[in-house]
Design a protein around this ligand. Structure first.
Ligand SMILES: O=C(O)C(=O)C[C@@H](O)[C@H](O)[C@H](O)COP(=O)(O)O
Ligand SMILES: [Zn+2]
Length: 366
């Protein structure tokens, strides 16, 4: 088993990664079952595919459990489902010292983490991510949220989990489209500051997507280690370092908003198209070699991910997409900083981007 630590002083926690850990969850999670019982939050798809493994392991360890099963899909990150979830957790008489288990993908992790952060003014939670996206990204770092009419993740908090348990075998039952969407966030780490890892993705991405266990474990470990270092350095996205993890997200969230946060465009698909657009815009501004932008788009396309507005199924005018971007949490003093690139592995936060130019670019590239 490999372990990555997120060093955050008294909020520090460990991330354990190994095939089969879900079947050993009873032992691994025992220190977090303060009163010998867990509330497990999951969705209907994960309840069918993975919950029985967790339940069997908790039973074998003599740890009690109650499961709360929510609908699968991005629409669950809503006020309505937050209310259902918090009501149910209160019925279960969750105490502040308890750790709620989030068993599922980014939607379940973000929603459960947010519920934990406000329940009784803050109780604990542990992440047991079951999708590639949640294993390499959303289970680590403590960003919790629901969506609002105005946009993605606009209501939320920073609330770190007490522990993250990653079992890559949960990907065996994940639809291929979901694995591809998670892979976009893997590629992101290479594009941010690790050109060598992007090269690894070009060489090994196909094997990872085909289910190669060694490739996916390596990608998970490397991604999580990269994210842990950034989060330890800038937990609340104040210095600008953590904002690098938002590469592709300003464009991506606008595409997700345009497609109604629906299955038409998964978060990772929006991020893939967003990263391709960020590189294409950087090239157009003369910041980044055009060959690098082309290489990014080619790899994402080869991985079966959208790398353009058209491939993402979005035909809204540039101005409409920029209007969505105005809700971005990076907005400061009425200006929107953008994650742009000087090349592969050289992402930076640009503070002086002209939104009219972004809109014109979007109308031109499509
Ligand atoms: O952890 C972070 O920081 C990230 O930005 C990771 C993103 O991949 C993730 O989608 C995050 O939830 C987006 O954050 P937001 O602040 O843009 O809502
Ligand atoms: Zn993301």
């Amino acid at each position: 088993m490999s372990r990555v630590d997120v060093a955050l002083g008294e909020r520090s926690y460990a991330i354990d990664i190994a095939a089969g850990t879900l079947d050993r969850a009873g032992d691994l999670l025992r220190p977090f079952a303060k009163r010998g019982r867990f509330a497990i939050v999951t969705d209907a798809s994960v309840a069918a595919a993975q919950l029985p493994r967790l339940v069997a392991s908790l039973d074998a360890a003599g740890i009690g459990h109650d499961a709360i099963v929510l609908p699968a899909g991005e629409a669950t990150k809503s006020w309505a489902h937050l209310e259902t979830l918090t009501d149910r957790l209160l019925e279960l008489e969750i105490e502040r010292s308890d750790n709620i288990i989030a068993l599922g993908g980014g939607v379940i992790g973000d929603l459960t983490g947010f519920a934990a952060s406000i329940l009784k003014r803050g109780c604990g939670f542990v992440q047991v991510p079951t999708t590639l996206l949640s294993q390499v990204d959303s289970s680590v770092g403590g960003k919790t949220a629901i969506n609002s009419r105005a946009g993605k993740n606009l209501i939320g908090s920073f609330h770190q989990p007490a522990y993250v348990l990653i079992d890559p075998t949960t990907l065996d039952t994940l639809p291929a489209r979901e694995v591809r969407a998670g892979y976009a966030e893997v590629v992101k780490y290479g594009l941010i500051d690790d050109a060598g890892f992007f090269g690894w993705c070009e060489a090994n991405g196909a094997a990872l997507l085909a289910g190669d266990a060694a490739a996916r474990e390596y990608a998970i470990e490397r991604s999580v280690a990269a994210k842990a270092a950034i989060v330890a350095d800038d937990e609340r996205e104040t210095s600008g370092r953590r904002a690098l993890l938002n590469l592709g997200h300003t464009f991506g969230h606008a595409l997700e908003a345009e497609t109604g946060f629906s299955d038409r465009l998964l978060h990772g698909e929006g991020v893939a198209a967003g990263m391709a657009l960020a590189f294409a815009f950087s090239a157009r501004q003369g910041l980044c070699p055009a060959e690098d932008a082309a290489r990014v788009a080619a790899h994402l396309t080869a991985a079966g991910l959208p790398a353009s507005l058209k491939a993402a199924g979005v035909d809204a005018p540039g101005a409409a997409l920029v209007a969505h971007m105005m809700h971005d949490k990076k907005m400061a003093g009425g200006r929107l900083p953008f994650l742009l690139a000087r090349g592969i592995g050289q992402t930076f936060l640009a503070k002086d981007v002209d939104l009219a130019e972004v809109a014109a670019f979007l109308d031109e590239v499509r």
